[in-house]
Design a protein around this ligand. Structure first.
Ligand code: SF4
Ligand code: SF4
Length: 449
């Protein structure tokens, strides 16, 4: 069975919510829409205090080409536009809406009828990309990169295939798995749309073989699409990394930055993004909700919730049985790449794939011990880096050494830290080095004034 070739680890899967069908979360009383829900320039508010909005009303326009608009996921009145603390712990501009009723923009088609690409001969590649851009779709796997940018290959590069990331290799998370089981038809139309958007005739859907029901269903459904192939993959973390997925599915290696997937002809999109693209293009529905896994060993009812963007995390946890008494740490995302949350009074955003509540025992970190030079971190690194060296360079603020040893290629997967027998905080240190070196590179290449 196919997989990527360099490094990788096998953390415990803990997919506690895999058997929980998607259920709709309740509407919040107040929804908070951050202007920073994507990579790139922040969105710019176009509403004012007191404005009445519906579900699907534009709240903020894109702040540039690499940016995305923000739409209201609720109906009600704009309470204020103000800086609020978000999941990163940073105070950032947001539009805050007091919720009244659930009134949707009439332009959104809320019927369940499946619309296929063959039903819409009017849709050409440019129109599809434009609709995706206007709907505020970003990568829903967690990267939040504006989707239309990836679907607009830079001059000189040509897409050859679309690869759908349905791997969901992060332990605990099951949102993509449930989405495939419950919305396979819509996902396949979404893949068809992405293929048409970038003018390719080959699409792959990579799924790890710990989801045999999803592989079976998607394969059955894909039989109606001769150009789309479901590729079962061996379970290995971090197979959901773009470079690892491309290697696993088509056996091509993306060179070091500045090379990107399109450099080897691949356009990679998450399976949740393919579904959002279907809704945006075929149903005129902007990105206003998503599926989030709320889980943890002490959580009463681990769930996959279809929740409106802007809903406070606290409310989502309450819907799954409340915060367990033995809570030690709450993570936004999965245990490998997610970030610890300082507060639950923060809103769900486009990138919120999971909420993981770790109990005190799991959250306890062992005291780091000296490096024993076992090289396990080197064998685990899927980017072929030397994590012990990079973390040492960061600790000593040896930025030149960190740059020379390619710290910017680190995909922050955490495999090195996971595998280290001395429990060294490798990723924490490497992240500092990567951020610093990227800043140095940017300032070096910035035009001099
Ligand atoms: S976090 Fe970075 S250095 Fe560590 S294994 Fe992943 S890619 Fe390699
Ligand atoms: S895995 Fe840990 S102990 Fe082994 S070489 Fe890497 S940093 Fe050192």
């Amino acid at each position: 069975m196919k997989t990527f070739h360099i490094g990788g680890v096998h953390p415990a899967e803990n997919k506690l919510s895999a058997g929980s069908p998607i259920r709709e979360a309740a509407l919040p009383k107040q929804a908070v829409f951050s202007m920073f829900q994507h990579i790139g320039a922040p969105a710019k508010p176009v509403v004012q205090k007191g404005d009445v909005v519906k579900v699907g009303t534009l709240l903020a326009e894109a702040g540039g080409f690499v940016s995305a608009p923000v739409y209201s996921s609720v109906s009600g009145k704009v309470n204020k536009i103000d800086a609020v603390i978000d999941a990163s712990g940073t105070r950032r501009m947001a539009v805050i809406v007091d919720v009244e009723g659930d009134d949707w923009e009439e332009s959104i088609d809320r019927s369940k009828d499946l619309v296929r690409l063959s039903d819409r001969p009017d849709l050409d590649s440019k129109t599809i990309v434009e609709k995706i851009k206007n709907a505020g779709i970003v990568g829903l796997g967690g990267a939040t990169f504006p989707c239309h940018v990836k679907l607009t290959p830079p001059p000189g590069s040509k897409a050859e295939c679309v690869i759908i990331n349905a791997v969901e290799c992060e332990p605990y998370l099951t949102a993509d798995h449930r989405l495939m089981l419950e919305h396979a038809d819509e996902i396949l139309v979404g893949v068809d749309l992405i293929m048409k958007a970038v003018n390719v005739t080959k699409g792959y859907i990579g799924i790890e073989n710990n989801k045999p029901d999803a592989i079976k269903l998607m394969t059955e459904k894909a039989s109606q699409y001769p150009n789309i192939e479901v590729v079962p993959l061996k379970v290995k973390y971090p197979q959901g990394g773009e470079k690892q997925l491309i290697d696993a599915v088509i056996g091509r290696q993306v060179p070091a930055p500045p090379a990107i997937p399109i450099s080897v002809g691949a356009v990679v999109q998450n399976v949740g993004t393919a579904y959002a693209i279907y809704e945006a293009v075929m149903k005129n529905k902007p990105l206003i909700d998503r599926i989030i896994t709320v889980t943890g060993k002490s959580v009463k009812n681990p769930s996959n919730l279809l929740a409106r963007l802007g809903t406070p995390f606290q409310q989502l946890i309450d819907e799954c049985g409340g915060l367990p008494e033995d809570t030690g740490k709450i993570i936004g995302g999965g245990p490998m790449m997610g970030k610890a949350l300082l507060s639950l009074d923060v809103p769900m955003t486009k990138g919120s794939s999971g909420l993981l509540i770790m109990n005190e025992k799991e959250a306890r970190r062992s005291e780091p011990q000296p490096c024993i030079r076992c090289a396990k971190c080197v064998s685990a690194c899927p980017m072929g880096l030397e994590p012990f060296l990079l973390s040492k360079a960061s600790a000593m603020e040896e930025w030149e050494m960190a740059e020379k040893n390619d710290v910017v290629s680190c995909i922050e997967c955490g495999s090195c830290q996971f595998t280290c027998p001395s429990k060294r905080p490798l990723l924490d240190m490497i992240r500092v080095g990567k951020t610093t070196v990227m800043g140095i590179i940017r300032s070096r290449t910035a035009p001099k004034s």
